[in-house]
Design a protein around this ligand. Structure first.
Ligand code: IRN
Ligand code: FE2
Length: 600
């Protein structure tokens, strides 16, 4: 067993993690598929009792000390040979990315691909696309009955047969976002038959963070378990930031191209055109964006339906499209040109994330006519996308009280032919700014249990400001809890093994194992150390909650010992009561003190 430092570049400066790294009892391992270049990463946790537990791992090559990662070079292009050997893509000269396509008023040096060649000298790349514009999507392959290496990869990851993966994709019940220009990703799947996934949003704004910070937030988010990351950058260097994020990301990257298109018209929504939007989509598809939020369901006729809402339109994309529709008094250009957009996305295998531009922004507005009118349109667009063999998921709310959540997933599944649902929370109350990771984590757990495939995280900064690194971590961990709680409730194969391993460690006072199995080992260890910092306390058979002499776990363990393992299960009520009485006497004899000095 090798105990390896599990640091990512993001955590390299983090003292706590470095500390944790020294004693971390897990290492990165790979499960090989049917061919040597199909190696699925896992987190192998080594327990002190000699057993080991295998966990899903999203952290990418950063946690593999055998891979020499350098953010200036980008990650190894894992999928490149798979893509090229299919023989259905060609290098595509496309339109060169003009500096003005960067979406910002430039000061030099300018962004754009020319500079990026200098940024990634080892990776000169020419974008690819489907030969003659043909659909090169996982959906197209699945419908033809082909099991791609990407499908086999996710089958190993999810512990299901490749045929189940192919069937779910072919039926449109799952998506495998994997742009042909993003060969660096470790494929993953989003669908209700699979583990519930978590997306983390990052992105700079005009005033705050730098490119380095965004790359760091991405590696940080995936280290804690984010399955996809959305780059919602709007400020300066939007194109270059995205290039850095893409070249270094082990997970699929999503964007909202409308944001960059809006930058190109200096923030004046009414000046947007289909041409500008289309150019932006192509630019991002050539870079390798794996899925795009498209707010094509905000139709002109639905805008008045929001007039009497308490909080109107809260979606950024939704409000841009509503403003455009009203300014021109025309149908949405996204809705009108949807088929052409499908052709573009199909040629790169960009997955649709059909945006919920009319989602409710308050408890009062939940499940109203505007929201459901848009959902019906998303159902219609989902069927069009399917005709063009574009993978599609559907975005959902928002702010929804608990008793109105189930209707959301039930309607979505019915209207959108079971396409994967991807929801933002929902937030179950409006009264807790600064705690909206919790108000929404509650809704997220419920809606995931009922079949939502991916959860968009909400951080404590929601409604208040931009998340920093700590907020990103809190958001991801909160949502991993919601997702895993749903996996358990859904009976996903293997989900409970993790809980069982942790429960055993807790019951047997194997503290190090408890930490190493935890979603957040660093914080678990830190909290424990606050009360019992001494090293022997980590092997002590009591916890700081109850102290050495008064611990329910300890008592029931001594019952187990006394009556001999499994026999204890058969122990009579009287025998157990006798054991308890004995403990009570011991407790009284020690002076009825719950908390004892550590030296005791
Ligand atoms: C997810 C579900 N509903 C919305 N989302 C996410 O919200 C979406 O994926 C993207 O990250 C962000 C888009 O916000 P606007 O433009 O709809 O506010
Ligand atoms: Fe909100």
């Amino acid at each position: 067993m090798t105990n390896k430092d599990a640091r990512t570049p993001a955590s390299a400066q983090d003292e706590t993690s470095q500390e944790a790294g020294k004693s971390i009892g897990w290492h990165k391992a790979y499960v090989e598929g049917s061919r040597p270049d199909l190696r699925v990463p896992v987190r192998q946790v080594h327990l002190t009792n000699g057993q080991s537990v295998t966990l899903y791992d999203t952290s990418g090559p950063y946690t593999d000390p055998l891979v020499d990662t350098d953010v200036r070079r980008g990650l190894p292009p894992l999928r490149e040979n798979w893509i090229i050997s299919r023989g259905d893509t060609e290098e595509y000269a496309g339109r060169p990315v003009r500096p003005e396509d960067d979406g910002v008023k430039h000061t030099s040096p300018r962004g754009g691909l020319r500079n990026l060649d200098a940024v990634f000298p080892g990776r000169p790349r020419q974008p690819r696309r489907g030969r003659d514009g043909q659909a090169v999507t996982q959906l197209a392959y699945a419908r033809r009955g082909e099991i791609t290496p990407e499908m086999e990869f996710v089958a190993v990851r999810e512990n299901v047969s490749p045929e189940v993966v192919r069937e779910e994709i072919a039926a449109g019940r799952a998506v495998l976002p994997a742009n042909v220009n993003h060969p660096e990703i470790e494929p993953m799947i989003i669908g209700k038959r699979f583990l519930v996934k978590v997306n983390a949003n990052i992105g700079n704004s005009a005033v705050t963070s730098s490119i380095e910070e965004e790359v760091e937030k991405m590696t940080w988010a995936t280290r804690w378990g984010a399955d996809t990351v959305m780059d919602l950058s709007t400020g300066r260097n939007i194109h270059t930031t995205r290039e850095w994020v893409l070249r270094n990301s082990p997970v699929p990257i999503g964007t909202v191209p409308l944001y960059q298109a809006l930058e190109k018209v200096d923030g004046r929504a009414e000046e947007l055109t289909w041409e500008i939007y289309k150019d932006t989509v192509i630019e991002q598809a050539e870079q390798g964006v794996d899925y795009m939020t498209v707010h094509a369901g905000v139709r002109l006729a639905y805008v008045p339906l929001t007039a009497n809402r308490k909080t109107g339109i809260v979606s950024r994309g939704g409000s841009i499209m509503a403003a455009w529709c009203l300014a021109h008094h025309k149908e949405s250009f996204l809705y009108e040109n949807f088929e052409e957009l499908c052709e573009i996305l199909a040629a790169y295998d960009v997955t649709y994330s059909l945006g919920d531009g009319l989602r409710p922004g308050s408890i009062a507005d939940a499940n109203d006519e505007a929201q459901f009118a848009e959902l019906r349109t998303l159902g219609e667009l989902n069927r069009i996308a399917r005709r063009f063999e574009v993978q599609t998921m559907i975005e959902g709310p928002g702010h929804v009280p608990m008793h109105k959540i189930k209707e959301n997933i039930d309607l979505q599944q019915e209207i959108c032919d079971e396409a994967p649902f991807y929801t933002l929370g929902p937030l179950t109350t409006d009264v807790a700014p600064a705690y909206d990771h919790i108000t929404s984590g509650i809704g997220a757990a419920m809606i995931a249990w009922w079949g939502t495939a991916m959860l968009c995280y909400v951080t404590p900064k929601e409604h208040l400001g931009l998340p920093n690194r700590d907020d990103v971590k809190t958001g991801v961990i909160t949502y991993k809890i919601a997702a895993h709680a749903a996996d358990l409730a859904k009976g996903h194969p293997g989900a409970q093994e993790w809980d069982d391993a942790l429960s055993d460690a807790r019951f047997e006072f194997r503290w190090e194992d408890q930490f190493n199995l935890a979603l957040d080992p660093d914080t678990a260890r830190e909290f424990h150390d606050e009360t019992l910092p001494a090293e022997p306390a980590k092997t002590a058979h009591f916890c700081s909650m109850c102290g050495p002499k008064f611990c329910s776990m300890k008592i029931s363990q001594s019952i187990t010992e006394r009556f001999g393992g499994a026999a204890a299960e058969g122990a009579s009520a009287e025998e157990i009561a006798e054991g308890m009485l004995q403990k009570s006497k011991e407790f009284a004899a020690s002076g009825n003190r719950v908390y004892l000095p550590i030296a005791d």
